[in-house]
Design a protein around this ligand. Structure first.
Ligand SMILES: Nc1ncnc2c1ncn2[C@@H]1O[C@H](COP(=O)(O)OP(=O)(O)OP(=O)(O)O)[C@@H](O)[C@H]1O
Ligand SMILES: [Mg+2]
Length: 278
């Protein structure tokens, strides 16, 4: 916008004053007008205005091009986050369920027949969800589960899935917010942050407990996902960040939310995000 305003004439429109001068009825000669300004001076001024106008138009055109490129870039980022957080998490969970069945088949672990059946049922339901995720992404819509269930039941569902498949990990939930008071655009951001936090926790943390809280306080919605696992040294992954943590930050910032990640070796991981309410 600054670009546009910088190039507006004093009358608020590009080059209008220049065109008024150019249509002066005086002949083209180096003679004084009634106001004491020579015609050539007027023409030079007019020419200057026209040059300014043309250069402004060029910049506006470039600006429009950049805007187009950057909105394409944003859309690409959005889709890659959707793929990563949505399908990535489902595939991780499916992998764990399938492994449980394989272990049972090989007799390596004592997964009973009914547990194996439960795992296969979970995989079958996740395949359906993955198909619906793909449809959502293709039609640029937020996760279908949010419309079907709402964000709180959707998070509860995710947590239950983990408890089923990671028998060593307890997932505790604490919700103290009304579904209706969460703005629609926050819901998908919150859901995706929880999804990636849980995904990371089950992949890396070896936590005994993961706590997911969603609360409303002090004119904001507060989300916390806390695990008591192995944690990590942030300085060690600096140059080696995956898409998960970066994506969480980008998602929170996309709705003016704030996110903070605290961790350390053997200190678990605490993810805290807050989203302002009007
Ligand atoms: N809850 C956690 N417990 C222990 N380590 C974690 C946890 N969350 C993240 N990490 C560490 O931080 C790294 C970066 O996480 P991030 O989610 O950004 O990437 P990733 O999971 O490796 O890859 P991607 O998310 O793209 O599949 C991980 O590789 C892991 O070493
Ligand atoms: Mg990750």
């Amino acid at each position: 916008m600054a670009l546009v305003n910088d190039h507006l004439g004093s009358d608020g429109f590009l080059g209008v004053s220049a065109l008024k001068l150019a249509s002066s009825p005086f002949p083209l000669a180096e003679k004084e007008t009634q106001t004491g300004v020579s015609i050539n001076d007027n023409l030079r001024l007019t020419d200057q205005h026209i040059q300014d106008g043309l250069s402004c138009l060029k910049q506006l055109k470039q600006g429009a091009h950049h805007q187009h490129v950057s909105s394409e870039e944003l859309e690409r980022k959005r889709i890659s986050r959707e793929l990563h957080d949505g399908l990535g998490q489902l595939l991780t969970s499916m992998g764990l369920h399938i492994q449980r069945c394989l272990d049972g088949c090989d007799g390596q672990k004592s997964a009973t027949q009914s547990q194996q059946r439960e795992s296969l049922e979970a995989v079958s339901s996740m395949v359906k969800q993955a198909m619906s995720e793909v449809r959502s992404i293709c039609s640029a819509i937020r996760p279908a589960i949010l419309d079907d269930l709402g964000v709180i039941p959707a998070i509860s569902w995710q947590c239950r899935q983990i408890t089923k498949v990671c028998s060593d990990t307890q997932v505790v939930t604490d919700f103290d917010v009304d579904e209706e008071s969460i703005p629609e655009d926050y819901k998908s951001v919150i859901y995706r942050i929880v999804q990636e936090s849980l995904n990371n926790a089950i992949k890396y943390s070896k936590a005994k407990t993961i706590t997911v809280s969603l609360l409303q306080a002090h004119d904001a919605i507060h989300l916390m996902v806390i695990d008591n696992g192995v944690g990590f040294d942030p300085s060690e992954i600096q140059g080696n960040l995956g898409m998960g943590l970066v994506g969480m930050r980008e998602r929170a910032e996309s709705v003016d939310g704030r996110i903070r990640i605290d961790t350390g070796i053997d200190q678990g991981v605490q993810i805290r995000a807050s989203f302002p309410l009007q």
